[in-house]
Ligand binder design. Sequence first.
Ligand SMILES: Cc1cc2nc3c(=O)[nH]c(=O)nc-3n(C[C@H](O)[C@H](O)[C@H](O)COP(=O)(O)O)c2cc1C
Length: 256
Amino acid sequence: MDHRSPAQQREVHFSPADRHGLYKAIFNRRDVRGQFKPDPIPEAVLSRILLAAHHAPSVGFMQPWDFVIVTDPEVKRRVHAGFLEAQAREMELFSGDRKELYRTLKLEGIMEAPVNICVTCDRGRTGAIVLGRTNDMAMDLYSSVCAVQNLWLAARAEGLGVGWVSILHRDVLPGVLGIPEPVVPIAYLCMGYVTGFHERPELETARWLPRLPLDDLVHGNTWGNKDAPSCASLKEHLRQDMARARQGTIPDKAEE
Ligand SMILES: Cc1cc2nc3c(=O)[nH]c(=O)nc-3n(C[C@H](O)[C@H](O)[C@H](O)COP(=O)(O)O)c2cc1C
């Protein structure tokens, strides 16, 4: 039983419009690489987006994140040089048609985006023993990833594109940005206003990979039990919602 006064609690239900807005941000978010405009991001907007990131869940409420805001073209150029090196190395790991397709992909917008943000994880933020992290030390890393996702969705709601650049040797960001141990970079993000948002992931359009059928990823009670009777009608919903989402309909208006 909850003994707190109503004033200490938040509303349980979002209005249909609020709910729609959240799903809209989720389904219309894209990884943006090539559509950045140079227009500056107002600080009031950037502040809201960072505040959204800061309200992500974190293991033991550790809040292990920091945000390095990169706007200096020289700093960006050094990160970009690291990207070019890593991209060349990565491309060699593919062969034949895949390699040719890889060559055509635009995989970053470091120089074009007016703001780059490095989200980090301070692995020692609240000491060695962290509530919830004692059995899996990676939980703090996952927490910083939650902050990245909050940032990404808030940016989308503000009409800003974000692109995650992971094609970087792990030494590049600590070196260029001066990130000290035990802080580790989690995400290097390019952010800015855009000329538009693609309807589908660019890797899907380029036929790198398709979106997987969600109903095939759901298991009933134990791994591999994909035909479990307990999930049969849920899977029918998933198939219908996937089909709607594919047609661009946000499936939040269906029955509860
Ligand atoms: C951890 C992570 C790393 C990523 N690294 C890159 C990257 O280096 N370059 C890139 O173009 N996209 C990168 N992406 C974006 C994915 O390619 C993209 O999320 C995926 O293709 C789905 O597209 P969407 O985000 O537009 O839905 C990354 C995404 C994640 C989550």
